[in-house]
Design a protein around this ligand. Structure first.
Ligand SMILES: Cc1cc2nc3c(=O)[nH]c(=O)nc-3n(C[C@H](O)[C@H](O)[C@H](O)COP(=O)(O)OP(=O)(O)OC[C@H]3O[C@@H](n4cnc5c(N)ncnc54)[C@H](O)[C@@H]3O)c2cc1C
Length: 416
């Protein structure tokens, strides 16, 4: 079913009886050409691009819970491409470009809102680091501007410019950045993949990855054994656990990241503001809730829930930079499991087992990557070789000393 203004009008006039299901609920087949483990943003976008761009449709996405129940439906919805290192810059900009045409492409309203993303700075060295990042972005053809406090004051009047613990000296803005309705992305990709023949199988947990003679042969699941020529891991916070099923040990640790939403209030902030110095970032949803978050919980965990110390830490960060929000009541909070790689950059690559592919290490920034990740992963699976956009995202970069550390700690002479 195609969505359009006309179809909304027609359904409105005929009692909304003609809307159809977004995707089927098929029984798993005995064998597929490609099995994708994990029905999050990355797994579903991979299935979509495999079917759409590579004509590979005998594909199953196996999800142990429900579509959108993982991080893709738990994040704070921010999209941006304000990176500094070449491989990250180009990859995230590819994602940004895909976001810009996504709703037309998969004919689904994902509420893509390019309302701008501002990173505040509070000292001369921090300003220099942001100016350097902005210059790197502009050299790669990506929009970036340094804002003065006067410009910022006009854009975000609720910031505390008078008496802040960390006085605000300015900000780096990417105006094309913004927010996207997170779970609609999963639904849009699921619908697009399903309509091209992909089986999306929910409540199907992968328990083991089957291999023989150095190549993958299928998976064992809670709904039986399913054979496959190719198996693609795409399980975000569970990456190290699922990779261990194939005997792979990864430089990934899992941590909880929490998000918070306030009661709905009148429009207060029409952009995204990040306050890195105090671990706080904020935007406002279309329903009026302030959506904010902060730092990771500092210990390893697979618990998808938050805790009180981090709540206090994030609130304190918010109060330090915009004290007005102290009068707003918090409505709810939750946690998601982050697959933290040791240099903060992802993996989209082949493994040593033939036909087995790895996608993970998204840390706390993988939502914005979902389109480009699926696009590159689909290319890698279809061609059994990486696309130039993801060829740096291998596991052996740690062995070779070619880490992609955005913080720029230590010498990285090979980086352009
Ligand atoms: C609070 C919070 C805020 C965030 N904010 C942002 C943000 O603003 N911007 C941004 O870019 N990123 C953000 N992120 C990060 C982003 O959400 C993730 O990096 C990204 O969603 C991960 O990819 P995914 O969507 O495929 O993951 P998921 O949606 O978690 O998908 C993985 C799926 O694999 C399934 N799975 C796991 N094990 C198995 C198994 N054995 N068998 C079958 N299925 C399995 C899981 O159930 C899950 O559905 C945030 C994350 C959180 C938690």
């Amino acid at each position: 079913m195609r969505y359009s203004a006309l179809s909304v009008l027609w359904q409105g006039l005929t009692g909304h009886k003609g809307w159809t299901r977004q995707w089927r609920d098929p029984e798993p087949k005995k064998e597929y050409d490609v099995i994708i483990i994990g029905g999050g943003g990355h797994g579903l976008s991979t299935a979509y691009y495999l079917a759409k761009l590579h004509g590979i449709t005998n594909v199953a996405v196996l999800e142990k819970g429900w579509i959108g129940g993982g991080n893709v439906g738990r994040n704070t919805t921010i999209v941006r491409s304000n990176y500094m290192l070449g491989p990250n810059t180009h990859f995230y900009e590819k994602s940004m470009k895909l976001w810009e045409g996504l709703e037309q492409d998969f004919n689904f309203n994902a509420m893509v809102s390019q309302r701008g993303v501002i990173n505040l700075f509070h000292s001369d060295p921090q300003r220099d680091a942001f100016a350097r990042r902005g210059n790197a972005m502009r050299m790669a053809g990506i929009d970036a501007e340094l804002l003065t406090p006067a410009q910022l004051k006009k854009m975000v009047p609720i910031l505390d410019f008078e008496n802040a613990r960390f006085p605000i000296q300015g900000g780096l803005i990417q105006r094309r950045g913004g927010t996207v309705r997170h779970d609609a992305v999963a639904w849009g990709y699921a619908r697009g993949a399903d309509s091209r023949g992909v089986d999306i199988i929910q409540n199907c947990e992968v328990k083991n990855i089957l291999r023989s003679g150095g190549r993958v042969t299928g998976v064992e699941t809670s709904r039986g054994t399913i054979k496959a020529k190719k198996v693609a891991m795409c399980v975000a916070g569970h990456t190290s656990q699922v990779a261990a099923m194939a005997g792979i040990k990864l430089p990934i640790e899992s941590h909880v990241l929490q998000a918070f939403v306030s009661e709905g209030i009148k429009p207060l902030i029409d952009t995204v503001v990040t306050f890195g110095a105090g671990h706080f970032y904020i935007s406002q949803s279309d329903k009026g809730g302030l959506v904010y978050g902060g730092d990771l919980d500092g210990y390893n965990s697979y618990a998808q829930r938050g805790n009180l110390p981090m709540m206090e830490h994030v609130m304190a960060g918010g109060m330090a930079v915009m004290p007005a929000i102290g009068r707003v009541r918090m409505l709810r909070h939750w946690g998601g499991i982050m697959d933290m790689s040791f240099d903060g950059s992802p993996f989209i690559c082949k493994t040593d087992t033939k036909g087995l592919y790895l996608n993970g290490g998204w840390c706390y920034g993988g939502f914005k990557a979902a389109p480009a990740s699926g696009w590159c992963y689909a290319h890698t699976i279809a061609n059994d070789a990486p696309h130039p956009l993801n060829e740096a995202f291998t596991v052996d970069r740690f062995k070779k000393g070619r880490m992609l550390d955005e913080k720029g700690v230590g010498p990285n002479p090979w980086i352009q």
